[in-house]
Design a protein around this ligand. Structure first.
Ligand SMILES: Cc1cc2nc3c(=O)[nH]c(=O)nc-3n(C[C@H](O)[C@H](O)[C@H](O)COP(=O)(O)O)c2cc1C
Length: 193
């Protein structure tokens, strides 16, 4: 049972527009295998239809499962999940189920049946791979079309993030390298000149 609220597909780019570290989840085609990896490199590339890219290195088991099933999800971890996020990115799921290893609860995404993380995360987007073999092979870049998205209603309100001092443990995390992250919480509102 999801505790998140659906996000309009055409607003889903806002969930990752600010460059958070993400978790990529996927499964095998037959659903027997699943995996999760950490990624600092991702970005929306189109609003309507909503499309995004993630970069996945050639050794990652995630890449193998994603190519098998053609589906993946992007989950946005929060401050409360920083140790899991870091550890997931420092181990492979090739021989161990990282969800069990790190005690991670999952729920199934509604359209594509991908394991997605809500406890410790503040949003997810489920995606269908847009096959681009050249970009995948040469640049490790995987394009996805967002099929549905959902977010924590306490921090994503009216299609915008609301990171305040009252919900600091639910802010997104941003990787600086070497296990150092910062949280997204110094809001500034720009005026048009
Ligand atoms: C903070 C952090 C960010 C990372 N960003 C990326 C990334 O953007 N792309 C990538 O291919 N690997 C990235 N990694 C490394 C993968 O998460 C790592 O290769 C992982 O072990 C792959 O797991 P798998 O074999 O279970 O798929 C990152 C690791 C950390 C800790």
């Amino acid at each position: 049972m999801s505790r998140f609220n659906p996000v309009q597909r055409t607003s889903s780019h806002r969930l990752i527009n600010h460059g958070p570290t993400i978790l990529i989840t996927t499964r095998s085609k037959d659903g027997r295998y699943r995996n999760v990896m950490t990624a600092a490199w991702s970005t929306p590339v189109e609003m309507d239809p909503p499309r995004l890219v993630v970069l996945i290195n050639k050794e990652a088991y995630t890449r193998e499962l994603l190519l098998d099933s053609g589906v993946f999800a992007v989950c946005v971890p929060s401050v409360s999940f920083i140790n899991e996020t870091y550890s997931i990115g420092h181990s492979t799921g090739r021989e161990t189920d990282k969800f069990s290893k790190f005690n991670i609860e999952t729920t199934q995404s509604p359209e594509l049946g991908i394991p997605v993380i809500e406890k410790g995360c503040i949003a997810w987007l489920e995606c269908k791979l847009i096959p681009e073999p050249h970009a995948q092979e040469k640049y490790d870049t995987f394009f996805g079309e967002v099929v549905s998205a959902s977010a924590d209603p306490e921090v994503f309100i009216n299609n915008h993030w609301h990171f305040t001092d009252q919900n600091k443990d639910r802010h997104s995390i941003h990787h600086l390298g070497g296990g150092n992250f910062f949280r997204c919480n110094d809001l500034m509102v720009a005026k048009e000149l």
